[in-house]
Design a protein around this ligand. Structure first.
Ligand code: ARG
Length: 457
């Protein structure tokens, strides 16, 4: 029999139960639902709304239900629709009368808003940990690459030289921002909606702050209508998760390119590659490809929740039950990808000779040649034009800048002398970029220190 059957003359259709029930997925909120109910019962007793004896029975009953769920002794039923009503029904079965008093001064609307927040707060903590361990793996990898010269690209055309260490630190910085975004999100989420009731709070003399404090919230939501209608925090988390995936996907894309025979900058460990069912020679970077692919799924979750919410009048509407599956799926996906990414990076082999070779071939020291002329007194724009002509000449001759003799160079500008060769040596091009944020060793060491300090906070 349905909890709310008193109002009805006949049963709901099976198909109604099927579309209406959420227990198949919101069962994951069981621990948070119980945690919230414990705090609510304790508050009701302190405020004299239920007796301390009933509160004790409720709390004991909830604890025994929690233990039984965790040891797999409980199967939830669709008849009880969702996790909230399943647990309430189990409680009343176990402790009788007192169980029926738990829902005093509460609605499922503030209950579910509370449960999701509690759940997401925990998940944010776990995702933050996984992000930090990936950053730490990237930092370790970076440290092995101070002397590995490689080309950096714009338009996927070789642009200027850098080191593998510097390149890796770009990703470390992206992921550090992701951690700070999560903590901002957590800060705004950290207010308890409990006590908002169905939408207009309650006539009972509750103390909302007591419950919020017991549950570890920094405060309470300030408007009861907003308290039950707000899912901004979920949208915000999904945005943050989407940005994390966007970062992982860009990284994955580079690794896929770098694993190709055309680049061969890196080689994925066998443990993070797969073969082909027909082509015996294949070793594919599937893990990276799947991370790139799963990004679409997380973006989909964000868009799906935004769309669910866009036309909803205040306050609660059942549409809002559709928040859970995309949220849970996005969280699972991001955690899975982060768990796969870290060991994939840690075990990836670097082919530094190929990086060095690619760096040597693409005139990526042309800016340095122009800068050298500028430092000899030529205006930069003229130096830029002269160097452009040099490059054009080299391409026609099948040479690189370093291979031109001083005499040849002098036909382009009388300023050239022997010292230009030192200035356009790739190692020196990198080392001369001492500006903060640049690829010189000192600068990358500072970047690494900053990331390591962050990881310690
Ligand atoms: N299972 C519901 C959800 O996830 C709980 C809230 C139901 N409230 C209601 N008035 N029907 O949103």
């Amino acid at each position: 029999m349905k909890l709310w059957s008193g109002r009805f003359d006949s049963d709901s259709a099976d198909i109604t139960d099927e579309i209406n029930s959420s227990i198949d997925f919101d069962c994951r909120l069981y621990a948070e639902d119980i945690e919230g109910s414990r705090a609510h019962a304790a508050m009701l007793a302190v405020q004299g709304i239920i007796s301390p004896i009933d509160a004790d029975k409720i709390i004991e009953g909830l604890d025994s239900i929690l233990a039984d769920i965790e040891s797999g002794k409980i199967s939830f039923t669709r008849d009880n629709e969702d996790i909230h009503m399943n647990i309430e029904a189990l409680l009343t079965q176990r402790i009788g009368e007192a169980g029926k008093r738990l829902h005093t001064a509460r609605s499922r609307n503030d209950q579910v808003a509370l449960d999701i927040r509690l759940y997401l707060k925990k998940e944010i903590g776990q995702i933050d940990k996984l992000l930090r361990s990936l950053i730490s793996v990237i930092a370790d990898k970076a440290e092995t690459g101070y002397d590995i010269i490689m080309p950096a690209y714009t338009h996927l055309q070789r642009a200027q030289p850098t080191t593998f260490a510097h390149y890796m630190m770009a990703y470390a910085n992206m992921l550090r921002r992701d951690c700070t975004r999560l903590s901002d999100c957590l800060g705004r989420m950290d207010y308890s909606p409990l006590g908002s009731g169905a939408l207009m709070s309650t006539t009972y003399p509750i103390d909302r702050r007591l419950g919020a404090q017991a549950l570890g919230f920094r405060g309470i939501t300030e408007n009861s209508l907003d308290g039950v209608s707000d899912r901004d925090f979920a949208v915000e988390l999904l945005s943050d998760l989407s940005i994390i995936m966007m970062h992982l996907s860009r990284f994955a894309e580079e690794l896929i390119l770098w694993s190709s025979w055309e680049f061969k900058f890196v080689e994925m460990d066998d443990a993070f590659s797969t073969g082909s069912s027909i082509m015996p020679q294949k070793k594919n970077p599937d893990v990276a490809e799947l991370v790139r692919g799963k990004t679409g799924r997380v973006y989909g979750s964000l868009l799906s929740l935004l769309t669910v919410l866009k036309g909803l009048p205040l306050a609660y509407n059942k549409d809002m039950q559709e928040d859970k599956e995309p949220l849970l799926d996005a969280i699972d996906t991001v955690k899975l990808c982060l768990r796969a990414f870290a060991p994939m990076i840690a075990t990836m082999k670097l082919r530094s000779e190929n990086m060095r070779r690619a760096a040597a071939g693409g005139f990526i020291n042309a800016t340095d040649c122009a800068d050298w002329l500028t430092k000899k007194g030529m205006p930069f724009r003229d130096a830029y034009t002269v160097t452009g002509k040099l490059v054009n000449h080299c391409i026609k001759e099948g040479k690189i800048l370093e291979e031109l003799s001083v005499d040849e160079l002098r036909t382009f500008s009388p300023l050239f002398d022997e010292s230009v060769y030192e200035a356009i040596k790739l190692e020196n091009c990198v080392e001369a970029r001492l500006a903060e944020g640049g690829p010189s060793r000192a600068s990358v060491e500072a970047q690494l220190r900053s990331i390591r300090e962050f990881l310690e906070t």
